[in-house]
Design a protein around this ligand. Sequence first.
Ligand SMILES: NC(=O)c1ccc[n+]([C@@H]2O[C@H](COP(=O)([O-])OP(=O)(O)OC[C@H]3O[C@@H](n4cnc5c(N)ncnc54)[C@H](O)[C@@H]3O)[C@@H](O)[C@H]2O)c1
Ligand SMILES: CC/C=C\C[C@H](O)/C=C/C=C\C=C\C=C\[C@@H](O)[C@@H](O)C/C=C\CCC(=O)O
Length: 258
Amino acid sequence: MALQGKCAVVTGAALGIGRAITEILMKNGAKVALLDVNQAAGKSLVEVLDKQYGRERTLFLNCDVESEEQIKAAFQKTADTFGGIDILCNNAGILDEKCWERAVSVNLMGVIRGTYLALEHMSKLSGGRGGVIVNTASLAGLGPLPSCPVYTATKHGVVGFTRAMAAASTASGYGIRFNTLCPGFVQTDLYTSIKTNLGQFSDLADATQQMVEQLGVVNMSDVAESVLEMVTDETKNGEACFVSPKERKYVDFPKFMG
Ligand SMILES: NC(=O)c1ccc[n+]([C@@H]2O[C@H](COP(=O)([O-])OP(=O)(O)OC[C@H]3O[C@@H](n4cnc5c(N)ncnc54)[C@H](O)[C@@H]3O)[C@@H](O)[C@H]2O)c1
Ligand SMILES: CC/C=C\C[C@H](O)/C=C/C=C\C=C\C=C\[C@@H](O)[C@@H](O)C/C=C\CCC(=O)O
């Protein structure tokens, strides 16, 4: 998929990985609707991007992925402004083992909600032109983080949901590819605030720090490049891309049938 003139929606776009995804998509020619609850950060980023790429290439929308109404309105505003939606990156996510229901609501339900609402705009079965959806999971979607069992559950859910949607799309003809981003530790606000968000598992903070030292911290540019590849490479559907400081590899999941 060539990105020139294509329209992307990125949730959690104002900071961290979402900002990096937004920037690499724009650098490669896409228009981007930035959805986030952090209005100050979102508007500040749009100012920077408008200076770099011109004012017609971005749109910031205050949108909480926990709200069906807000996502629906944001997607409609995006389609009305840019003429459709070709790319969706469901990236918004939090780490909160204390308020774990909120983590489930944002990290898993928000991804499901965004995906289903995007189908109404993107699926060829509903008059759309197809495209690609990349959902942000984590390495914790491939293996357990003992200090964050609910976070781990949400990210495993994102991996499984996305792989199932990829298979459904192939079987039903949505014309949409679905892939999952699974980075290790990345230097962002979420990463910086780990220790304050472990709740009853705070006693495992040091063990988690040891995992950081063992695994290392992933370069943001490598994370962004992985997303660009999953968006543009038309052969990628149903993939989960593990991004570590040393490499990026597509996970070879066990097959249990045939
Ligand atoms: N940082 C890491 O080590 C790491 C590693 C793997 C995966 N991830 C995942 O990457 C994604 C982005 O995380 P990050 O590290 O960039 O975090 P971050 O906190 O730096 O950025 C998250 C962004 O999402 C926004 N956001 C949070 N809740 C929202 C909601 N309900 N609706 C809309 N926007 C919301 C925040 O305002 C923020 O701009 C998350 O899904 C996270 O789980 C992070
Ligand atoms: C404390 C949480 C901080 C940030 C959350 C963010 O999503 C980062 C997660 C980073 C690492 C998770 C590591 C999990 C590691 C173990 O589960 C281990 O089993 C690795 C699992 C699979 C490795 C895949 C592979 O080697 O092929």
